[in-house]
Design a protein around this ligand. Structure first.
Ligand code: MOS
Length: 781
């Protein structure tokens, strides 16, 4: 299909509307915001994982020169706690601390140095409690209780058919356990806010906030103010990836409390150490899969049991784990399914939304499992996926019949073709066998003809002991919130009398490119060039709550709302036109005729359904599909894995901004590569094992190969011009493709992420303890 020609702007590459501001330094990030007379805030953290608070003494802190306020829980005028799903996270702890990032007191002072010093002078007397650090132990009988109702945060289930029957009818049954690690979002910009005491006794906050409206609810509750007296505006964000959601409630509430107490603006910027200490992470999962299949490899049944570490507070865990339970079987037809996902409270740093939102974990498990099943029944990884893949009319694990173009097979074929999967696999097998391993060399994916000299020589000594492998993965993913919540969003479009346009929405650009995408939809609809459109950042007092900017929902939701607004405007403007006019002339004419040039488009997504008890429903109104392919080279002497080639294919429905879409894939793959090979935020007894990026291994440009992107466009009738979702799918299946490639290269199936040197070298899953202290070894290799 190719109706590329019908668009002027859509589908082509636009320069991001915020690009010039960002590269010239004109963009204003929250930490750039200053106000005359501002104070600086600092937080006194619990610093222990679990304890009773005996007493808090602020006298020494308060008497330090320059200190204007030291606040504790008793100074909170409204609700003492916040939390989008379960409002139990204390703004300032009163009787108990549950993780090292809990706040006990906050300070405002004339300088940052004085504020930090004073925070250190707050004396907290604590009575240590037993630390619960393992989520499975947390759920066992006799575990010390972290919250009054025990340690079970949530339990989701999916039930379809009769799993025991399905397993009994299977020729092959595999039982496997997979584990994923805790990881940090690692956005470049740490959390930052500036709070001004506003008119009407309220506050105005500008900050690095991903979800302005849910944060406003938290702040208003804590300050005991109506929503209209708390105004939150968005600064340019230096990345978020789901990370600047709930944790921003904490820092915004603190700044607002200090600001109201002192009557002065208060600025709070987290150091990287404090950001890592208190910002929630991606959940570690323990996943036990039991799969049954016919001897040909046709799936019969899956029984899945997953435990997630929620950490100290619920955060987004109930929603994150719901996506996991819906998608846990992968994009396959499975007649009999029983899935249980439980999240447990522990005294670890709490966990929440991070790019994928409960999918990267289950994608790693099920996509590793499919390779293991393929091997067990003597099929190749492509064939086993194709024969089990969902297609139009298939019924998902949750009992939803898919009535749209289901393109998982198309995506798989796309990467397999582009990456010459089957041929390459055969070739690598031959090369890896015998002395062939020595000839794998450095030249990647056959860029050089066989036998040609590489920069390291034709028979490189440094090629010795290298093996090559290739792997694939695929996924399906529900678009937007699904049955988690009500799904609606608005966009306002305001045409100026010179024909230029101002666009704004309650959904935000956090670096993902929403400002460009929404502007492109508007420009296309109105027939104006992109540079005539100005996108304004979100502001809770001027725009209606459009729900959170999450779940890769912005292109579809804001895109649809923007089209509605434009169509309403054009219909009105056309009534004024009597002869051919330029857009600017028409705008001027409308103004003179008293025709409103302002419209607010509101889009409500089709409804979804979910039955918690029965564990089924139409979970999402539509889905996207994708596939990844990775080639790796493994150094068999050190265990080092280099990803040498990557192909990523996603059915996005419709590409809006080609550059932006490619960027999403490059970033998603880089993030997925870090998840696969390098990153781990480890804790020992609730105490983080690392404090900053010097010990947290992130991929750099030299670790990421060039990524071939192959978009598929099957326009979805629900999306703007058919567009759906990309941000999270781009990230969720990179790790399993890499792990499958490593298994292909080495014959070693590693079921624990990340694939550290030790794990690859020893070919087994080491306990968490076994890999501690390995960060330096990996960096030095
Ligand atoms: Mo996202 S991880 O749904 O903010």
């Amino acid at each position: 299909m190719n109706d590329f020609g019908k668009f002027k702007l859509i589908g082509k590459s636009a320069v991001n509307v915020d690009a010039v501001d960002k590269v010239t330094g004109r963009a204003v990030y929250a930490a750039d915001c200053n106000e005359r007379g501002q104070l600086y805030g600092s937080t006194r953290y619990a610093d222990v994982a679990h304890a009773e608070i005996v007493s808090i003494d602020v006298s020494a802190a308060a008497s330090l020169p320059g200190v204007r306020a030291v606040l504790t829980h008793s100074d909170v005028p409204g609700r003492k706690s916040f939390g989008f799903v379960v409002p139990h996270q204390m703004v300032l702890c009163s009787d108990r601390v549950r993780f090292v990032g809990d706040a006990v007191a906050i300070v405002a002072a004339e300088t940052q140095e004085a504020a930090d010093e004073a925070a250190g002078l707050v004396r907290v007397q604590l009575n240590p409690l037993p630390v619960v650090s393992d989520p499975e132990e947390a759920l066992s009988l006799g575990a010390s209780s972290i919250h009054p109702d025990g340690n079970l945060c949530i339990h989701h289930k999916v039930r379809k058919g009769d799993v025991d029957l399905g397993l009994s009818q299977s020729d092959v049954v595999l039982e496997r356990e997979y584990r994923t690690q805790k990881v940090e979002h690692s956005y470049i910009e740490p959390e930052a806010v500036l709070c001004r005491p506003g008119e009407n006794g309220g506050v105005t906050i500008v900050g690095s906030v991903q979800n302005l409206y849910s944060i406003r609810r938290a702040v208003a509750g804590v300050l005991a103010l109506p929503l209209n007296r708390v105004r939150i505006t968005q600064a340019t964000l230096g990345g978020s990836f789901g990370g600047k959601d709930e944790v921003m409630s904490a820092i915004c509430c603190r700044a607002a409390l200090l600001s109201l107490a002192t009557g002065r603006p208060v600025k709070m910027v987290n150091t990287r150490e404090n950001s890592m200490r208190e910002s929630y992470k991606r959940h570690p999962y323990v996943m036990r899969y039991k799969v049954g299949a016919s001897k040909e490899g046709l799936l019969k049944a899956m029984s899945i049991d997953i435990v997630a570490d929620a950490g100290a507070y619920a955060g987004m865990s109930p929603f994150v784990t719901w996506r996991s339970v819906v998608q846990a079987t992968g994009p396959y037809v499975v007649p009999h399914v029983r899935t249980d996902v439980r999240a447990a409270y522990t005294n670890n740093c709490y966990t929440g939304a991070m790019r994928g939102f409960g999918s990267p974990q289950i994608c790693f498990a099920v996509e590793s499992l499919m390779d293991e099943l393929a091997e067990a029944v003597g099929k190749d990884p492509l064939e086993i996926r194709l024969m089990n893949a969902l297609k139009r009319g298939s019924v998902t694990a949750t009992g939803q019949k898919l009535e749209h173009n289901v393109s998982v097979a198309q995506a798989l074929r796309e990467v397999a073709e582009k990456g010459r999967f089957l041929e390459t696999r055969k070739r690598f097998e031959k090369e890896n066998a015998g002395d062939g391993a020595g000839r794998a060399g450095r030249a990647s994916h056959g860029a050089a003809p066989p036998g040609a000299a590489t920069p390291h020589g034709a028979a490189p000594p440094d090629g010795a002991g290298r093996r090559k492998g290739i792997g694939i993965s695929c996924s399906y993913r529900g678009v937007s919130l699904g049955a988690e919540g009500v799904d609606a969003a608005g966009v306002t479009v305001s045409v100026q009398t010179d024909g230029s346009v101002v666009v704004s929405t309650g959904l935000v650009d956090m670096g993902q490119g929403a400002s460009t995408t929404v502007s492109l939809v508007v420009a296309e609809e109105l027939g104006v060039p992109l540079d005539k459109v100005r996108f304004l950042p979100a502001d809770t007092s001027r725009l209606p709550d459009s729900g959170p900017t999450v779940a890769s929902r912005t292109t579809l939701m804001a895109g649809n709302a923007a089209r509605k607004a434009c169509q309403e405007l054009l219909a009105r403007m056309r009534t004024a036109a009597t002869k051919p006019l330029s857009f600017a002339e028409l705008a001027e004419l409308c103004f003179r005729q008293g025709i409103s040039l302002y419209a607010h488009g509101w889009y409500k997504a089709p409804s979804t359904s979910w039955d918690d008890e029965e564990g089924h429903g139409d979970a999402y109104f539509t889905y996207v599909y994708g596939a990844n392919l990775a080639e790796v080279e493994v150094d068999m002497l050190t265990g080092r894995v280099r990803v040498t080639r990557f192909v990523s294919s996603h059915d996005v429905g419709r590409v809006i901004n080609l550059n932006g879409a490619r960027g999403q894939v490059y970033g998603g793959v880089a993030m997925g590569l870090g998840y696969a090979l390098l990153e781990e935020y480890s804790e020992e007894n609730g105490i983080p094992a690392l404090g900053n990026f010097d010990e947290y291994l992130l991929p750099t440009a030299s670790d990421v190969p060039s990524v071939e992107v192959a978009f598929i466009e099957n326009p979805d009738e629900l999306g703007p011009h058919g567009a759906k979702t990309l941000g999270e799918p781009a990230c969720e299946i990179a790790a399993p493709a890499i792990a499958n490639a490593v298994a292909n290269a080495t014959g070693r199936r590693i079921r624990d992420l990340p694939l550290t040197l030790e794990r690859v070298l020893l070919g087994k899953s080491l306990s968490r303890k076994g890999v501690r202290g390995s960060a330096k070894a990996r960096r030095d290799s």
